[in-house]
Design a protein around this ligand. Structure first.
Ligand SMILES: [Zn+2]
Length: 480
């Protein structure tokens, strides 16, 4: 996760626009005002303690085979069973592959199930300056500190606190509830794919799938003073490409003009100077539409006419900061560079690694084709290392989305609910194969600082936020 977006816009063009039919299905807010969230029976301090215990088990994912401490993952699974005994007694549990967990809680009907997702691997802390030990699981001044406090052990604990309390109260959900907990999300591993495979083999199509992604954010939208719960409907594709060009090499005392490094540099500059086109996709339009109704002037007028101002708004967003830019186009980051291995040797090969996030409406193929056109040099080769197309877009006009929105509004009555495009990849994308209702939302109100600490130093979650998150999941399960 996930820095949510910054929208900056000007109101100038709005007045000139005439109303016309929207091509986008309008997102419908849930009315009337919900009753306040019931938190009785959910133990805030206990939840914080349990999260702290889980943070103390360093389930750090590594892309290097053999470098992951599988013993820590094993201990984590045992600890879950110890901390949530009722859940482990009442639900059926399977371990898929190396350590992905799939729990089934049987409901009272055969209606299609709800799937609640989280992952228990975390990113490393190497090179980060923490003010506290990232794996001490310290609870201090109303916060639980440590790696995974939010991403994503915090989500997992909020889910389990809800399930444990409901089981204790003798509640049976109306439909089956599955808990799908990945062990390798941070390294784009196979855990979630195995869960999807299990559902496919059993012929189960979930009613809804809910994973990390959006959150309840403040101050992200100019002109929108309050909080907004952003629920991800889709995510961009990810593509890793190597740009490679070769030469004969030789001694650096007698170089040739236009060698491999120079050609590579030209290719990188061409990519930089020809960004992918900015387009306002329906999902982003739906987001602008939903927050627009909570905006003050002049933004309200601009956002209200977003559908007619699509091209202009795409341009405005593309210049409104890097997060807003990422919402409207395919982005290309040059990450690794390689040339000659020695100071006095000409490069036989120059290589740049591109990490690309593909906009909705484009594909791996179309992205590579466009890069080739832009580079326009037959001596420069593009090699696809790995790639996945953008996810399909989940529905926002159905009962599942309405229920999740209602639970968000119950937990955060002052917040607007808006659909959202995730610019990062998550495990949830695999579930699009078996459901058109895959949503990305963490029921946590997070400040800019808290969001910035994800995958960085000083990750933490407030005890009150964790408590409210558990309340959200309990409300959702009780109202299926
Ligand atoms: Zn995560």
């Amino acid at each position: 996760m996930r820095r949510a977006l910054t929208l900056a816009a000007t109101g100038a063009a709005a007045a000139a626009v005439t109303a016309s039919a929207r091509r986008v299905q309008r997102f419908r807010p849930v009315e009337p005002e919900p009753a306040p969230l019931d938190l009785t029976g959910l133990d805030a301090d206990g939840a914080a303690r349990r999260l702290a215990e889980l943070i103390r088990i360093p389930t750090v994912s590594s892309r290097v085979p053999g470098e992951t401490d599988t013993g820590a993952f094993e201990r984590y699974r045992q600890k879950l069973a110890e901390l949530y005994p009722r859940t482990h007694a009442a639900l059926e549990r399977e371990v898929l592959g190396e350590g992905a967990l799939l729990y089934r809680w049987r409901g009272s009907t055969d209606d299609p199930p709800l799937v609640l997702m989280a992952h228990y691997d975390v990113v490393p802390v190497d090179g980060q300056e923490w003010s506290r030990d990232p794996f001490s699981g310290l609870v201090e001044d109303g916060y639980v500190h440590g790696r995974g406090a939010i991403d994503d052990k915090g989500s997992m604990v909020a889910i389990l606190e809800a399930v444990e309390a409901l089981v204790a109260a003798g509640v049976t959900p109306r439909r089956d509830v599955y808990l799908s907990f990945g062990d390798d999300e941070e390294v784009l591993g196979v855990g979630a794919r195995l869960a999807v495979q299990a559902f496919t083999e059993r012929g189960i199509r979930p009613w809804a799938v809910l994973d990390e992604g959006g959150a309840v954010v403040t101050g992200m939208f100019p002109g929108v003073p309050g909080r907004v719960a952003v629920v991800g409907l889709a995510e961009k594709g990810v593509l890793d490409v190597e740009v490679v060009t070769s030469d004969a090499g030789g001694h650096a005392s007698a170089p040739t003009r236009g060698g491999a490094p120079a050609r590579l540099a030209r290719a990188i500059l061409a990519i930089e100077e020809h960004p992918f086109p900015a387009r306002l996709h329906d999902v982003v339009l739906g987001m602008v539409d939903a927050v627009g109704r909570h905006a003050g002037p002049p933004y309200r007028a601009l956002f209200a006419h977003a559908a007619q101002l699509r091209p202009a708004l795409a341009q405005v967003l593309s210049r409104a900061g890097r997060e807003a830019n990422a919402l409207v186009r395919t982005t290309v980051a040059v990450t690794r560079l390689e040339g000659s291995p020695a100071a006095n040797v000409l490069a036989t090969r120059a290589l740049a690694h591109l990490n690309i996030r593909i906009a909705l409406g484009e594909t791996v193929r179309s992205t590579v084709d466009r890069l080739q056109q832009v580079i326009d040099d037959p001596s420069v080769e593009l090699r696809v290392v790995s790639g996945s197309d953008p996810s399909p877009v989940s529905r926002a006009d159905n009962e599942a989305f309405a229920r999740i929105s209602a639970a968000a509004r119950t937990a955060y009555p002052d917040a607007a609910v808006a659909p959202y495009l995730m610019v990062q990849a998550s495990d949830a994308r695999h579930f699009s194969q078996i459901s058109d209702s895959v949503y990305r939302f963490m029921p946590f109100a997070l400040s800019r600082e808290e969001l910035a600490a994800l995958h960085a130093a000083d990750e933490r979650i407030s005890v009150a936020t964790l408590h409210r998150g558990a309340g959200f999941f309990r409300h959702l399960i009780a109202h299926l």
